[in-house]
Ligand binder design. Structure first.
Ligand SMILES: O=c1ccn([C@@H]2O[C@H](COP(=O)(O)OP(=O)(O)O)[C@@H](O)[C@H]2O)c(=O)[nH]1
Length: 506
């Protein structure tokens, strides 16, 4: 019985072998070779096209602002620096002390002040990338004011800064003063680049920047007639799209200089004491007249025969503070179809806006970054903050620098007045403003736009993208290889049996 079964299964196997060409040594060899060939093909495709382990390039920009200097390190994939690569902020360092313009008397200290952050940058950027990492320093309104006041002093500050930066192993590209127009336009580029609006050709976001010494507004207006005020216009062609940007920088309208303007307005008759509605009740400081008027923004208004000092007392009255703040704007003359203030042309506001730098610091402190809250509520909250006694404010915020703390009532009133009376944001359009500090991990500000421009990292035309991404390419190669293999096997199955029908020698 079992012998019979064994004989039967031997016959089955022979029949199977006759029917199934897989079982012949030739087909087994072909199959093995085929599998090896496919594995080899896919391996070669994967290895050949695999992105090499990501290598980065770096760029460093120093923002020499009026109140302080900040260093930013940017990085981007090494093989994509002039088209599709995304530039990101890798690191930032706040330089200790004041802005470089405050070292007019001791310029060498302006250079020294940068050393700590520069040494930090040396550690942050991989050593082998040091020599090819571009290093830029851009100075803004603080240096513009110093240049107006004393160009020899500003040149000396630049020389000292230059000498200090050249000591480091980076590719130093120069220290220079940005124009207000550049500051505004590069802030706009940064915001829209980080939001991916430029590459995708989406509607752009306007940029509102508030510094210590100047403030910028930049946006792409609807139906913009450039010829009305050519000095406010910047045209760009980026990723194949044309942009007609309106931009204006108001020198002396940064929040530190506006505070001087407001105090100058209140001390124009040279009193020994002023009761300031923009400071908290109980705030009381002795201030020096010559320090207050030591700026080209106010120097010509210095009262004659004033005492050396004046007593600055807080009153904490938001409504009256708004009146004081309004006095720093001139709304009387406009030679254009429409103006913001001080006779400066401004087309109608259009689109969304990102407000950064001091806009963010102030509104974040005041808990007023939510612009969906009605403007009347915003003003009520600010009025409550201004009316809070100074000792209570200090107790509630022991971690915050007293100078910043004392000025948030004034700064909040200035921001609201600038936006609504200055730029003409209404109760409705106020909600189109977003107070921002960072976008996708990078600080909003002019520095990134400046570096992208100087390194030609935003092409005028849209770059040609590869027809397939790497993963798609490998998948297609694999599928085609398997298809060829399957067809080959089918071919064998169809034509081998005829050869197996050959008479067998038993
Ligand atoms: O936490 C902060 C940091 C800065 N500021 C103020 O914000 C303004 C702008 O500062 P930034 O250094 O950005 O301006 P810049 O120096 O470029 O003019 C200055 O008045 C600073 O005193 C502030 O109120 N709170």
């Amino acid at each position: 019985m079992s012998a019979q079964r064994a004989a039967g299964s031997l016959t089955d196997c022979r029949e199977m072998k006759e029917k199934n060409p897989w079982h012949t040594p030739v087909t087994i060899s072909i199959t093995v070779i085929g599998v090896i060939a496919i594995v080899a093909l896919v391996t070669v495709a994967v290895l050949q096209n695999k992105p090499v382990p990501q290598k980065y390039k770096y760029g460093i920009v120093l923002d020499a602002g009026s109140s302080h200097t900040a260093l930013y390190i940017y990085k981007w994939p090494a093989e994509k620096d002039n088209n599709t690569g995304r530039v990101e902020q890798e690191h930032s360092c706040k330089v200790k002390g004041k802005g470089i313009s405050s070292y007019a008397e001791t310029p060498w200290q302006a250079g020294e002040s940068l050393t700590e952050c520069m040494e930090d940058a040396v550690k942050q950027v991989p050593t082998k990338r040091h020599f090819e990492t571009p290093l830029y320093l851009g100075a803004t309104a603080g240096m513009r004011l110093l240049h107006m006041e004393n160009s020899v002093a500003s040149d000396k500050v630049f020389q000292a800064v230059e000498k200090s930066l050249q000591k480091f192993p980076f590719s130093y590209q120069g220290a220079r003063m940005l124009s207000g127009q550049e500051e505004g336009a590069f802030g706009w580029v940064t915001v829209n680049y980080l939001d991916d609006r430029l590459k995708q050709g989406l509607e752009t976001t306007g940029a509102l920047d508030l510094g210590g010494a100047s403030t910028q507004i930049s946006f792409v207006p609807k139906n913009y007639i450039i010829s009305e005020s050519p000095s406010n216009s910047v045209t760009f062609r980026l990723y194949g799209n044309d942009y007609n940007l309106y931009t204006h920088s108001f020198l002396c309208y940064g929040k530190d200089q506006v505070l001087r303007l407001a105090l100058a307005h209140q001390t124009k008759s040279g009193p020994g004491e002023i009761a300031d509605p923009c400071f908290h009740p109980g705030y009381s400081e002795s201030k020096n007249y010559s320090v207050l008027y030591d700026s080209p923004c106010v120097s010509d208004r210095k009262p004659q025969g004033a005492p050396v000092t004046f007593h600055h007392k807080g009153e904490g009255n938001f409504q009256q503070c708004q009146e004081v703040v309004k006095n720093v704007f001139n709304f009387t003359s406009c030679k254009y179809s429409r103006c913001s203030f001080n006779g400066v042309f401004q087309p109608p506001l259009h689109g969304q806006f990102g407000a950064f730098s001091a806009y963010y610091y102030v509104m974040d402190f005041l808990n007023l970054t939510d612009t969906s809250v009605p403007l009347t509520t915003v003003k009520d909250k600010l009025a409550k903050h201004c009316a809070t006694p100074w000792n209570q404010i200090i107790q509630q915020h022991p971690e915050i620098h007293v100078k910043y703390l004392a000025e948030y009532c004034f700064s909040g009133a200035y921001i609201l007045t600038l936006l609504t009376e200055g730029y003409n944001f209404t109760s409705e359009s106020y909600s189109s403003i977003k107070f921002i500090k960072k976008i996708k991990g990078s600080d909003a500000g002019w520095t990134l736009g400046y570096m992208l421009n100087l390194t030609n990292m935003i092409p005028a035309e849209a770059p040609d993208s590869p027809p397939l991404p790497h993963a798609g390419y490998v998948s297609i190669v694999t599928v085609i290889a398997l298809l060829i293999f399957t067809l080959f096997i089918i071919f064998l199955c169809r034509f081998r049996p005829s050869s197996s029908k050959q008479p067998q020698i038993v």
